[in-house]
Design a protein around this ligand. Structure first.
Ligand code: ADP
Ligand code: MG
Length: 239
């Protein structure tokens, strides 16, 4: 299960208003893209959902339960960071199993078996004994995805998971991520500044600008009926 309700979330850093009353309900199993330019508040929103950043106001609910007092490792949430955030001194296998053993409390055998299962699905099983520096960017991102999906969380948060990949790998992983989230039955919240990624991966797109959601709708709705000039410009449809 993984319905996410974002209710009136506000967050400022000094004078900078990063999130200005964000409201969004994501259904269990739905895949939503948060689309907006650099600095619009996308990463901050994911960090608030994951519990890595306290909100100044508002509430996050997961399956109806307020998350205010739930620490990050107790939330039914996995996050894939923009720049992989793998531990450089650990092998891929240990990167995947560490959180499973110490965060989720799985046995060594169960954690290892999940690492092999997910690495196999991501086609990086042969890299499990390598360290991050011995892998390409695309391989590291597959390990980071395997680590997130191995948690079997109801909610998977992805922060620009395709940035920095070459065009071919970008196109391949875009489809793989979307289909893996569906196969896992997980709710996906996928942050991107790339309208084509959002269009290709998401059931619905939420366009964010200066910490506010400008419009939420299906890719077709946003393209055919953009609510604001900003959305029209960003989606690329005529105003
Ligand atoms: P995006 O991910 O859409 O590029 P961010 O959520 O990273 O945007 O940032 C939104 C705004 O909040 C930006 O103006 C950014 O500079 C600011 N910001 C984000 N994190 C911090 C922080 N830890 N300290 C100060 N300002 C921050
Ligand atoms: Mg960001």
């Amino acid at each position: 299960m993984g319905a996410v309700d974002i209710q009136g979330v506000r967050k400022s850093f000094g004078d900078v208003v990063a999130l200005d009353g964000v409201e969004l309900s994501v259904a269990d199993g739905e895949n939503v893209a948060i689309l907006g330019p650099s600095g619009s508040g996308k990463s901050t929103l994911l960090r608030v959902i994951a519990g890595l950043e306290p909100a100044d106001g508002g509430e996050i609910l997961i399956d109806g339960a307020p998350q205010r007092d739930v620490p990050p490792h107790r939330r039914d949430v996995a996050i894939v960071f923009q720049h992989f955030a793998l531990y450089p001194h650990l092998t891929a296998r240990s990167n995947i199993t560490l959180g499973l053993r110490h965060g989720l409390g799985l046995s060594k055998a169960e954690a290892e078996s999940r690492a092999v299962e997910l690495a196999t699905r991501m086609q990086v099983e042969h890299l499990l004994d390598r360290k991050p520096r011995e892998m390409s960017g695309g391989q590291r991102q597959r390990i980071a995805l395997a680590r997130a999906l191995a948690r079997r969380s109801g909610v998977v948060l992805l922060d620009e998971p395709l940035s920095g990949l070459d065009a071919q790998l970008h196109a391949v992983l875009r489809l793989e991520i979307a289909s893996m989230l569906r196969a896992a039955g997980a709710t996906g919240i996928n942050v991107t500044h790339d309208q084509l990624d959002a269009m290709a991966m998401a059931d619905r797109i939420a366009v964010i600008h200066n910490g506010r959601l400008e419009q939420v709708g299906t890719p077709d709705e946003l393209y055919a009926r953009p609510a604001t000039l900003f959305v029209a410009g960003f989606i690329g449809s005529p105003p």
